[in-house]
Design a protein around this ligand. Structure first.
Ligand code: PBG
Length: 330
């Protein structure tokens, strides 16, 4: 380059709007708010139970009696929705505690709705936390049987709604689960209860800590015959399309971070509200690195949640929800 042309005058200077915090905030394209977060809760039977999950520091299994206090804290942070996972004392082949009227999840729903009627209570609808073999459906001849599982999932959803749940979230990845649940709820008169469908749910290593939390690791085999292959993107869009056609009200992509391309494509293809699940393994990685002093925890978490929002998620389900909401208030 000729000496007289050096240095050049850049035609545009991106740095002009990065100069101060106020300018950066003025042009921020993505803003987080606690109202778009859902906080997952693990519920165990018993009284005064608060058991920390070792691979998920800061996350506890709570008994129903401790929920009103927990929900008070969540609500004070302006988080208006929780997602419940029930962990029954007794598991059996058919996961019967999932649809028992006095099951642990049903008790939890009642406890929350009694103390905090305005809190949105969403419930995971799956059998894996409730089955002795840890699979998400009924096992017949060593295989997870799709069609005989559907009725049990529908019964589970119905019993949760009867206990007061505001949203049901089927996560078993059985074909036809959304339509079956919709029909069951409608027949029972619950035409106004929305379904948040775990529509594109991948067979992911990032569910590891959740399975410790829920003691729901499959006792044989794995979930690859029903959850999706991480290699596939078009198939995820097809799954989403199917769930929309079956009557889903909110569609979900799970996990979030390794699947932000799916979140982004889903956002551009569908008009329904889109949720992304920032799963247990994603949480555990951040917590582990932070404990070792290897990353700046707060900045890493806010960057992760922002990235999920930027990719197109309207709703973010995250174990970080409370800490994020706290930071947003600072
Ligand atoms: C139930 C279910 C799982 C998760 C949500 N619902 C576990 C699984 O499919 O193995 C994972 C959530 C997380 O990892 O945070 N099927």
């Amino acid at each position: 380059m000729e000496k007289e042309n050096w240095p050049i005058t850049p035609p545009w200077r991106g740095r002009r709007l990065r100069r101060t915090e106020a300018l950066r905030e003025l042009v921020a394209e993505t803003r987080l708010s606690p109202q778009g977060l859902i906080y997952p809760l693990f519920v165990v039977e018993g009284k005064r139970q608060k058991q920390e999950i070792s691979s998920m520091p800061g996350i506890y299994r709570l008994s129903p009696d401790l929920l009103p206090q927990e929900i008070e804290e969540v609500a004070a942070l302006d988080i208006h929705a929780v997602l419940l996972f029930g962990l029954p004392e007794v598991k059996d082949e058919k996961g019967s505690q999932a649809y028992h009227p006095r099951g642990v999840t049903q008790q939890a729903i009642r406890a929350i709705k009694k103390s905090h009627p305005d809190m949105v209570v969403a419930c995971d609808v799956c059998l894996c936390e409730y089955t002795s073999h840890g699979h998400c459906g009924v096992v017949a001849n060593g295989k997870v049987d799709n069609d005989s599982t559907l009725e049990l999932l529908a019964q589970t959803a119905l019993s949760q709604v009867q206990a007061g749940a505001d949203v049901v979230a089927p996560s078993a990845m059985m074909d036809g689960q959304v339509a079956t649940i919709r029909e069951k709820l409608d027949e029972a008169g619950f035409t106004s209860t929305p379904i948040m469908a775990y529509a594109a749910k991948y067979a992911s290593a990032f569910y590891g800590p959740f399975r410790e939390a829920a003691a729901s690791a499959p006792q044989f085999g794995d979930r690859r015959s029903y959850q999706m292959d991480p290699a596939n993107a078009r198939e995820a869009l097809h799954e989403l399309e199917q769930d929309v056609a079956e009557g889903a009200d909110i569609i979900m992509v799970k996990p979030a971070l390794a699947y932000l391309d799916i979140v982004s494509q889903a956002r551009s293809m569908f008009s329904l509200p889109l949720a992304a699940y920032n799963v247990s393994g994603e949480y555990a990685m951040v917590k582990a690195a932070a404990r070792l002093g290897w990353i700046d925890e707060k900045r890493a978490i806010l960057e992760i949640i922002t990235s999920i929002k930027r990719a197109g998620a309207d709703i973010i389900i995250s174990y970080h929800a409370k800490e994020v909401a706290r930071w947003l208030k600072e």
